[in-house]
Design a protein around this ligand. Structure first.
Ligand SMILES: C[S@@+](CC[C@H](N)C(=O)[O-])C[C@H]1O[C@@H](n2cnc3c(N)ncnc32)[C@H](O)[C@@H]1O
Length: 304
């Protein structure tokens, strides 16, 4: 008979003789049951987090915030989050909840003077988290830990919606630019990836963004030819530098010392982990309407 126990064999047999252990047959084989004595003036502790709010408290908090105890499955009480956040952070620290749910972590972090980031895939973002954080900020949320931390009101937050993945695989398994990106979105994404501020110049077509007053970025899905680069170079001042992000080029980069060339799929792949639908670049101000011509342009295969 094989018995699994954390105790040594010697201790196990001693305790078995003294009646402190009994061996029971379960569905999973033989198991050792250990006697636990109830303290004279106390109770057996079922959880070390007994004093930090219960599921019932959490349900009541949900009801107060959203009008129903069942507004969210398995919510955590604010008090529990307060204990955990208090254990590992100080005022002003960052708290991340990448599975934000009903937003308890962010609400508690906010009331405790921490900065926070919440990520949520589901609609809870709009139905729970944003309304909840607004109530925290304007002070109408006086439930949960509000009273115990003396929460009044204040602060704010920014909300970003992640754009689709910039790259996708074509039917041959090559990385290509996603058809969901139009030219503006692509240009803005490349600025973010390469550390430039997206700031398209109204008169100079190749100035899409800048990192300094003299360092620019230009993104195009066209094949970059000598003709195009000569034209750009003729417009550049001597102290200016430029990064051209493109799908392909057929020039010799060494002929243009002021200009650096980066092929988009490769330059993106070096910076990001792709291939998962839930991971992407953040591009603000996404245009609402589709630009059919540009989408067709992105449909070409890689030719470099
Ligand atoms: C159990 S809930 C989180 C509970 C929450 N932290 C709290 O304290 O109440 C898990 C949440 O993660 C979200 N989720 C699941 N996969 C995700 C992903 N890949 N990215 C972002 N959120 C995700 C679900 O929509 C769900 O709302």
């Amino acid at each position: 008979m094989k018995i699994y126990s954390q105790k040594s064999e010697e201790t196990f047999y001693k305790e078995l003789q003294k009646g402190k252990i009994r061996v029971v047959k379960t569905r999973h084989g033989w198991t050792a049951h250990h006697k636990v004595y109830t303290p004279k003036d106390g109770k057996v502790i079922r959880s070390i987090l007994d004093e930090h709010g219960t599921n019932n408290d959490a349900a009541k908090e949900m009801e107060k915030l959203f009008g129903s105890k069942k507004a969210f499955d398995y919510p955590k009480p604010e008090k529990l989050l307060m204990t955990l956040i208090d254990l590992v952070t100080d005022k002003g620290d960052w708290v991340l909840d990448s599975f934000a749910g009903s937003g308890t972590t962010g609400a508690v972090a906010h009331k405790m003077g921490r900065r926070w980031i919440m990520i949520e895939l589901g609609e809870h973002c709009h139905t729970h988290i944003i309304p909840r954080m607004k109530k925290v900020i304007d002070g109408t949320d006086q439930g949960g830990i509000s009273k115990s931390v003396g929460w009044k009101s204040g602060g704010g937050f920014r909300y970003y919606r992640l754009a689709p993945s910039l790259l996708e695989k074509d039917r041959f398994g090559n990385w290509v630019i996603s058809k969901e990106y139009n030219a503006e979105m692509l240009s803005e994404a490349m600025c973010k990836l390469h550390g430039f501020t997206y700031d398209p110049d109204e008169t100079v077509f190749w100035k899409h963004g800048k990192s300094t007053e003299t360092d620019f970025i230009f993104t195009t899905t066209q094949l970059v030819t000598r003709e195009l680069v000569d034209q750009i170079q003729s417009q550049m001042n001597e102290d200016e530098t430029l990064l051209i992000c493109c799908k392909a080029y057929n020039i010799n980069p060494q002929d243009y010392p002021q200009i650096t060339f980066a092929k988009i799929p490769q330059s993106v792949l070096k910076r990001c982990e792709f291939g998962r639908d839930d991971y992407s670049l953040n591009v603000s101000n996404m245009p609402q309407k589709e630009v059919v011509e540009q989408m067709e342009l992105f449909g070409e295969e890689e030719n470099q």
